[in-house]
Design a protein around this ligand. Structure first.
Ligand code: UDP
Ligand code: MG
Length: 310
């Protein structure tokens, strides 16, 4: 019996990309000796994405869809796909042709060699805007420095996971999973393939700067509590520094030196006020995450699907 490969594709306002990605995957698999299924997740699109997906799904028996009740975000869309995939391995990729389907045979070869995670790293990104390249480089620098996992710059959400790994993922109930980090954290035998990203076929990137910043902040705070320690260290350093000031105060008092300057006092108050707010904010982020997780709401809601209950 042939092995089954599940392809998971999140789509958010990608109406014009559905046809192209499905056709190119079909072409790739026509040369391979695998069965495959495609699971498209409509992440609350406002355009014809769902309609287009439904059209394709109704005319072929290996195309499935999950319709979210609203936009839950890329990471949860991929998670939902993995939760509902039945393949011996699952490949997740973007809808916009930036993750070249031609790489799928290489990924499958590595999987057959025994690697349980085959992930991809963007190598040459001349198709990306300068701002995106810079911010992506910065993102990984900060992330690796602050968290306890090492991610390669350019690591993409284009990866193959063995069924074993997918099953582990299913048991996760993270409110906002950060898949790139989680995959690295899981262990297993991993292999990285370098690739050149294609240009986006149609439409624009859904990752605005705001969303990327959120993902970065989220990546750090879901993998490490280093920021909390930095608050403690900073507190120690500043307290110690203020003690150094004591001898001068005594000197000034004994010698009747007139200490002037409300400006410096005001500045100090404002500076430390700000610092305290930042640190309070950091603590707040962690408390907030606990709050969201403790409520234990479903992480995503499916409005409709054509996946049969198996
Ligand atoms: N995506 C999604 N939900 C979102 C944002 C994006 O499902 O809220 C999908 C999108 O349709 C695409 C993939 O995630 O298939 C990557 O998004 P995009 O291409 O916009 O990001 P970029 O490649 O620019 O980082
Ligand atoms: Mg893209």
């Amino acid at each position: 019996m042939k092995k089954l490969v599940s392809i998971v594709i999140p789509a958010y306002n990608e109406a014009d990309n559905i046809f192209v990605i499905l056709e190119s995957i079909k072409k790739v698999f026509s040369t391979l000796n695998y069965d495959y299924e495609i699971i498209l997740i409509d992440d609350g699109s406002a355009d014809n994405t769902l309609q287009n997906i439904r059209n394709f799904a109704s005319s072929s028996e290996n195309i499935f869809f999950l319709e979210f009740s609203k936009n839950f975000g890329h990471q949860l869309a991929v998670k939902a796909g993995m939760d509902n995939a039945f393949g011996d391995c699952v490949i997740s990729m973007d809808c916009d042709m930036q993750h070249p389907p031609d790489l799928i045979p290489d990924m499958l070869n590595k999987w057959e060699e025994g690697f349980e995670v085959v992930y991809t790293v963007r190598e040459d990104d001349k198709n990306l805007s300068k701002g995106k390249r810079k911010s992506s480089g910065l993102f990984y620098k900060i992330l690796n420095w602050l968290s306890d996992i090492e991610l390669e710059p350019g690591a993409a959400d284009f990866r193959l996971l063995d069924k074993k790994v997918v099953n582990v993922f299913r048991s996760f109930n993270e409110n906002e999973p950060f898949l790139r980090g989680l995959v690295k954290w899981l262990g297993f035998k991993q292999y990285a393939i370098k690739y050149n990203p294609g240009a986006r076929f149609s439409g624009e990137s859904k990752y605005t700067f705001k969303k990327m910043f959120r993902l970065a902040l989220h990546g750090v705070t879901s993998f490490s509590i280093k920021p909390l320690y930095s608050a403690v260290y900073l507190g120690f350093i500043l307290s110690f520094a203020s003690i150094l000031y004591v001898p001068y105060i005594i000197y000034a008092f004994v010698n009747n030196v007139e200490v002037s300057g409300w400006a410096s006092v005001i500045m100090t108050i404002v500076f430390f006020g700000g610092l305290q707010l930042i640190i309070l904010g950091i603590i707040g982020i962690y408390v907030g995450k606990m709050f969201m997780q403790v409520k234990n709401r479903p992480n995503y809601i499916i409005r409709s699907t054509n996946i049969p209950v198996k």
